[in-house]
Ligand binder design. Structure first.
Ligand code: TIH
Ligand code: FE2
Length: 328
């Protein structure tokens, strides 16, 4: 225990997968990305488009050399990319106003007022990182491809969100099966400006530290059904807070209005943790939360009972690091 108080990164808990306790500890997972990234799958709309592939690998290359403490590489988006962004931004506008939860709308309009969110310009991740850090202390790290579920969830515990920087192919602005800058910026980042939502996200991260592979899988499902595709109830209406719903103008209508094509159930981490989901089409099932505080309490009740670890993890806001707690 004395050791643990000293230098967090110097300590390995025996028999438990390594995990970060500070943002700096994430240096250890730098550059580790999987699938997508540069190598597009054969059924990706950009697979045969040479120009598109070149752009993707250029942006990936810059992000690959990113290291903690650096400024996030700036991307000079070309006209076709900005026009994809603009299409999504403008098409989403009325849908957002109708279907997004109030936390999202408040954050979004504050960003518009601050001049960093607009239709004709894709914001730079560094600008968003500074803005977000001022609000909730979260940081953005650029990635060139998918991060493993364990590393991705672990980072949430230390208030770090991994973000892609390339943009989806211009032929399919309506929906993409992989995250891109539109998904991150028009979905995740405004939500992370909300303290209640940020705390919810961090709680999933804290539960994932040192968890078994099975438990990582269960938590990844909880993450998917909330942070990515969560809905909530506000003023008697169903609203969207999940980034995958907020960034896809095809999916948002399907999720909120598609009464026959999808099922809504109350947010229940136990059920969510056991439920499979498709990743290349609209979701058939959505979980609906009452609010982020209640959603977080349900999550904690679930993880403290179901995630088997010989220790607990809490975030120490003053020291900006994870503390280990030992029970019984
Ligand atoms: N389907 C989303 C969109 O089209 O914006 C992107 C993703 C959400 C979750 C994973 S990828
Ligand atoms: Fe996402």
């Amino acid at each position: 225990l004395e050791n643990l108080r000293k230098s967090p990164s110097a300590v390995e808990l025996t028999g438990v997968p390594w995990f970060p306790r500070t943002q700096k500890d994430l240096e250890r997972i730098e550059g580790q990305t999987m699938q997508f990234g540069e190598e597009l799958e054969a059924d990706h709309p950009g697979f045969l488009d040479k120009e598109y592939r070149k752009r993707r690998s250029l942006i990936a290359q810059a992000d690959k050399s990113y290291r903690l403490g650096m400024k996030i590489p700036k991307v000079n988006y070309v006209q076709s990319e900005t026009s994809t962004w603009k299409t999504i931004y403008e098409t989403m506008e009325p849908l957002r106003n109708k279907h997004a939860c109030r936390e999202f709308l408040n954050a979004f309009s504050a960003m518009e007022t601050a001049g960093i969110m607009k239709a004709d310009h894709i914001p730079q991740l560094q600008t968003l990182d500074d803005y977000l850090n001022d609000r909730t202390g979260w940081r953005i790290r650029p990635v060139s491809g998918l991060v493993s579920p364990r590393n991705f969830l672990n980072a949430l515990a230390v208030k770090v969100f991994h973000s892609t920087q390339y943009i989806r192919h211009h032929d399919q602005p309506l929906y993409t099966p992989e995250p891109d800058i539109c998904h991150e910026v028009l979905g995740h980042i405004p939500m992370l400006c909300d303290p209640g939502f940020a705390a919810f996200s961090q709680e999933i991260g804290l539960a994932s530290l040192g968890a078994s592979d099975d438990d990582i899988e269960r938590l990844a499902r909880c993450y998917w059904f909330t942070v990515e595709f969560g809905l909530c109830r506000q003023d008697g209406q169903v609203k969207a807070y999940g980034a995958g719903v907020l960034s896809s103008y095809g999916e948002i209508e399907h999720a909120i209005m598609g009464s026959e094509a999808r099922t809504l159930v109350d947010w229940d981490p136990m059920v969510a943790s056991q439920t499979d989901y498709p990743i290349t089409k609209y979701q058939p099932l959505y979980f609906v939360a009452n609010n982020f505080t209640a959603a977080r309490h349900k999550l904690v009740a679930f993880t403290s009972k179901e995630i088997k670890r010989p220790f607990g993890t809490v975030f120490n806001d003053e020291r900006n690091e994870v503390s280990i707690t030992w029970q019984g």
